[in-house]
Design a protein around this ligand. Sequence first.
Ligand code: ADP
Ligand code: MG
Length: 157
Amino acid sequence: MKKTVTVNSAEQTIEVGEKLAQFLQPRDLILLDGDLGAGKTTFTKGLGKGLGIERPIKSPTFTIIREYQSGRIPLYHMDVYRLEQGGGDDLGLDEYFNGDGVNVVEWSKFVSDEIPADYLRIIFKRDDAKGDNVRTMIFEPKGNRFEELTTKLLGEI
Ligand code: ADP
Ligand code: MG
């Protein structure tokens, strides 16, 4: 089964995030990778919407972690771009990963040492030949739970 989805607008990316959100439970880990402007934060807005978070989801580029407590379950949104490789030690990532909410990490390669065994990675790719608003999302689940979750999600799209 091919695990890719192509969307034509930011709104569609948000919709995929919203659909994923319905399946999420505490301690789920979603890694979002891809270049600057690829759509990682836009996708997280969809997750927030699907979790029922009313506060706007903003990029945590400067704060590194933003916490949202008002949805069905907490959302911890991290952008670790500004950390040096291995610089995640001080963030207490373990506590988040073993905590009470969904964890979303943009630029996960910068904290690769700290990433648990199971997660759903989504890689966002632009394709300028197809237009400014086209993105391909490549789903890379690790572990049974995320395999199943990906199958369910892609079955709905
Ligand atoms: P990242 O977090 O990966 O750096 P952002 O989500 O902050 O990226 O920015 C993506 C930008 O591209 C936004 O301005 C968004 O409106 C725009 N965009 C255009 N088409 C899409 C799409 N299909 N999916 C996501 N974002 C899109
Ligand atoms: Mg971002």
